[in-house]
Write a protein that binds this ligand. Structure first.
Ligand code: SF4
Ligand code: SF4
Length: 194
């Protein structure tokens, strides 16, 4: 594939792709300065080096392909959420394509469209409620911290409970609290059937 600039890619996308995300995607590339995605040669190094893909259906190369083509369906792809963001694919990509950042971007876009796995959704809800993705709810962890010579209670919302409200204000300021109420994939699918 010839290395194309973002503007050329945008033209291609407008010409022959059925897409609803291309404008946002191209905008992302432009803003991030990532012109390289057009240079993807579909070599599959990303898939081959993906530790998650060895055990799951995640195929990074396919996600890159769908993204480059601006295919809306990539946002409904549950495999998008199986990436651990380890960045191995990025390190091994011969074209230096920011694969992991692209996956993160696609997830953000997927959530905006109402697609998120239940476990991730629950984590978001917990974060909203407690100001921590994984709250410390067992005294044994405090004891473990102490045994390592650090403060029993971490200097987070655990030590500053008043900061939970600040976290919630921040989440609400960008409207993410409404996204948390959107439901998961299954609920979204039911909604689409109506
Ligand atoms: S390793 Fe890079 S060039 Fe190869 S398929 Fe993946 S993103 Fe494309
Ligand atoms: S960043 Fe994600 S897609 Fe890339 S190798 Fe790691 S788990 Fe796989």
């Amino acid at each position: 594939m010839v290395h194309k600039g973002v503007e050329t890619m945008a033209e291609d996308l407008k010409e022959d792709r059925i897409t609803k995300i291309s404008d946002e995607f191209v905008e992302f590339l432009r803003d991030a300065g990532y012109l390289e995605i057009g240079a993807c040669i579909q070599c599959g190094n990303c898939t081959a080096s993906c530790p998650s893909g060895r055990r799951t259906a995640l195929r990074t190369r396919e996600i890159m392909r769908e993204a480059i083509l601006g295919q809306e369906d990539v946002l409904k792809d549950k495999e998008l959420w199986l990436c651990t963001t380890c960045y191995t694919c990025f390190e091994r990509c011969p074209r230096n394509i920011p694969t992991t950042d692209i996956i993160i971007f696609l997830r953000n876009l997927a959530v905006q469209r109402g697609y998120i796995l239940e476990n991730h959704l629950n984590l978001c809800k917990i974060f909203y409620q407690y100001g921590h993705g994984v709250p410390i709810n067992d005294e044994k962890w405090n004891e473990l911290r102490e045994s390592y010579g650090v403060s029993r209670i971490p200097p987070t919302v655990h030590a500053h409970p008043e900061a939970v409200k600040e976290c919630q204000d921040l989440i609400e300021s960008v409207g993410f609290d409404k996204k948390i109420k959107i439901g998961n994939y299954e609920e979204k699918k039911e909604e689409e059937k109506k």
